[in-house]
Structures are given as C-alpha cells and as structure tokens.
Design a protein around this ligand. Structure first.
Ligand code: NAG
Ligand code: NAG
Ligand code: NAG
Ligand code: NAG
Length: 327
C-alpha cells in the first residue's frame, strides 16, 4: 500500500468516527397543519418537543403530543392530527358552490359574478322593503385581442372562447418592443380592454442601440445603448421597460471638444504640451484641460482649468493667444 493511500484511509476513518460519535435528530417530520414555526433543525438525544396545531387547524386529541429524539437519531411516533377549520359558505352563494356549505381554511372564493339590482333596501312604513334583493349574474368576456407584434399570457389556462369576470392576463410584445401597459382583465360589464400598442425604444443621436434581450417576464425588457467613437455616454447604458409601460430614461451621447487655440501650451492628460502636439486636437466630454494665463506682475504663467462639456470647451478669459476660428 502506498503511503498516500494509507493516509487517505486513515483520515476517512477519523472523519467517520467524529461524525458518528455524537448522534443528533434532525427536524421531526410533521403532518399537515402542525405548527412548524417552533421546530429547530437539530435536537439532542432525549430532547422532547410538544407538537401543537398551527393557526387555522384543530387538534384531533385534547392532550398535547410529545415526541422524543431517540438514540438512533429518529423520533417517537406522534398521535396528533390537525384538521383545517371550516368557513361556512354564505347562504346566498351556496347555489353557486355546487352543494357545498363550508370550505376549509385557506380556501378562496372567487367571485366571478356581478351584482344586478339596487345595492340597498330600506324598511318602509308599510312593512315592505324598498328594493328587491339583488341577483348575481355570471359575467363572461370575449377573449381579448393580443397586441400587434405580441401575445397574451393568461393567468390561468383558458377553456373555451370566453373569460370570466375578474380573470386577468398579461400582454407581451415580441422583443425588443414593449407594451404601453401590461395587464388586462375581464371587466364587470363584460368587456375587455383594447390591446396595447407595442412600442420600440428609439435610437439616440450619436449612438447605437443593441437588443441583447432577455425575456424572463414580458415587461422587464432591457435595451442597451452605446455611443459612437469619442462620444461619452451620460446616464444609464441599459434601459428597462418599466411596469408603467414606459422605458426608463435613455442616455445621452456627449460630444468631444476641440481645444480652440492655435498657439500656446496646455496641461492635458498629466502632461504639459504645446497645442500643436495634441494630435488629433480632441478631448473627451468630462475631461479637463488647463490653459496657462500670464501673471504680468510676476512674469509667470499660471494654469486655469476648463472642462469639456458636450462639445464645448470654454477658453479662460485670462488666456492671451491666438484662437482657432470657431466651427
Ligand atoms: C381565485 O383567485 C385567486 C387570486 O386572484 C387565484 O390565485 C385563483 O387561481 C383563483 N381560483 C379560481 C378557481 O379561479
Ligand atoms: C350604493 O350605490 C350608490 C350609488 O350607486 C353608492 O353611492 C353607495 O355608496 C352604494 N352603497 C354601498 C353600501 O355600496
Ligand atoms: C309600500 O309603500 C311603497 C312606497 O310608498 C309602495 O311603493 C308599495 O307599493 C307599498 N307596498 C304595499 C304592499 O303596500
Ligand atoms: C409614458 O411616456 C409618455 C410619453 O413620453 C408620457 O406621456 C406618459 O405620461 C408616461 N407615462 C408614465 C406612467 O410615466
């Protein structure tokens, strides 16, 4: 046996013994409705847990159920079962509930009906009510039209050629277009909204647009901008279709500047150079250039900084020299 292999086997034995020397229990398995919020991930041998039913559930037994972590790392049996509390279905809705009179905890009643008739009724002098009780009417809508260049994604599968009141959907547009709004639903009057217009983000001056589009969810489209050479991007390069349906604001490409003097020295890019040596004569948006002004009394030059701002680089007033013709 080679020394390396022996060492490997030894360390495995050591690892095995440290892990097995101290047994613990994991989180006990519990049935539906038992309160899991009190449970820990790890228990010592002999540790006990009192199980109770969570909110919205009723225990099957009156006594609390205790379980114990055994020395094999398992748990003793629990005799607790929890059943969900029931909500009575309102009488007026029972005809619609297919014979059921109650529904378990966490059930949802979806009202896909609208009320027809007066919303109130008063007891009159002659012992009658002013208005008859309202009736509930099922409302169906025709299927909504998808946007041009897009589609509709329904919240739940559609059966047949109608949707029910309250049912909703999302409009999606083919990339890189984005809808002007993204949700629609079957309305109480049985109508659906008109399909939205799919909009495409426009190009920016002196820049390009790239559609490296991911489509996790319709409206979270992203579009990326870049500027032409020597232009500097100001703002977010990436814009996103927002849930208002609009795109976040587009960036702007800022123009480079020409240093508008014929003769003289400047301080640029950590160097003091003659303007004739700046080839090509171009500094980028946001870059600083220092011009040397003359202090006549002391017969010395002092630097005054100017910054290129979207194509314009002001020359300090104190600078005396020859200027390039504008434009
Ligand atoms: C009821 O409405 C809820 C919330 O809008 C929805 O999650 C659920 O799917 C609907 N159920 C049915 C049966 O329509
Ligand atoms: C009943 O309808 C009237 C008018 O349509 C409205 O002003 C009122 O708030 C409604 N009452 C209730 C209790 O919904
Ligand atoms: C009760 O009074 C209302 C309002 O005055 C009237 O419209 C209705 O016909 C009366 N009903 C009876 C049964 O008299
Ligand atoms: C979306 O953009 C349009 C046109 O630019 C504007 O009129 C509208 O107010 C914007 N909507 C939102 C929610 O920002």
């Amino acid at each position: 046996m080679s020394p390396t292999l022996a060492l490997l086997l030894l360390s495995q034995v050591a690892f095995y013994t440290t892990v097995t020397s101290k047994k613990v229990c994991g989180r006990p398995p519990v049935s539906d409705g038992i309160d899991e919020t009190i449970l820990k991930r790890v228990y010592e041998i002999g540790e006990e847990v009192s199980l109770t039913c969570g909110q919205g559930y009723l225990p099957s037994t009156a006594t609390t159920s205790r379980i114990t972590c055994t020395d094999t790392g398992g748990w003793t049996q629990s005799n607790l079962a929890c059943s969900p509390k029931m909500c009575p279905i309102p009488r007026a809705l029972q005809p619609l509930a297919m014979g059921r009179t109650e529904a378990p905890f966490k059930s949802v009643l979806n009202f896909t009906y609208v009320m027809l008739g007066a919303n109130e009724s008063s007891c009159l002098h002659n012992g009658t009510w002013s208005n008859p009780p309202p009736v509930c009417k099922a409302v169906n809508c025709p299927l909504a039209l998808p946007p041009r260049d897009g589609r509709i994604v329904h919240d739940k599968p559609i059966t047949g050629s109608t949707t029910m009141y309250g049912q909703g959907w999302t409009y999606e547009c083919n990339p890189p277009k984005a809808p002007s709004y993204e949700r629609g639903s079957c309305r109480a009057d049985g109508t659906v909204p008109d399909p939205p217009v799919c909009s495409i983000p426009t190009n920016i001056p002196n820049g390009v647009i790239t559609f490296a589009v991911m489509r996790p969810h319709g409206y979270k489209e992203k579009v990326k901008y870049a500027c032409n050479e020597h232009y500097v991007l100001d703002g977010q390069a990436e814009i996103q279709c927002q849930n208002t349906g609009n795109w976040s604001s587009k960036p702007v490409c800022r123009a480079p500047c020409t240093v508008g003097i014929k003769r003289g020295r400047i301080f640029y890019n950590a160097k003091k150079i003659w303007i004739a040596d700046l080839k090509p004569n171009r500094v980028l948006h946001g870059e600083h250039v220092a011009f040397y002004c003359l202090n006549r009394a002391d017969k010395c030059g002092y630097p005054v900084v100017s910054t290129c701002n979207d194509g314009s680089l002001p020359i300090p007033e104190c600078f005396e020299g020859e200027f390039l013709p504008a434009g």
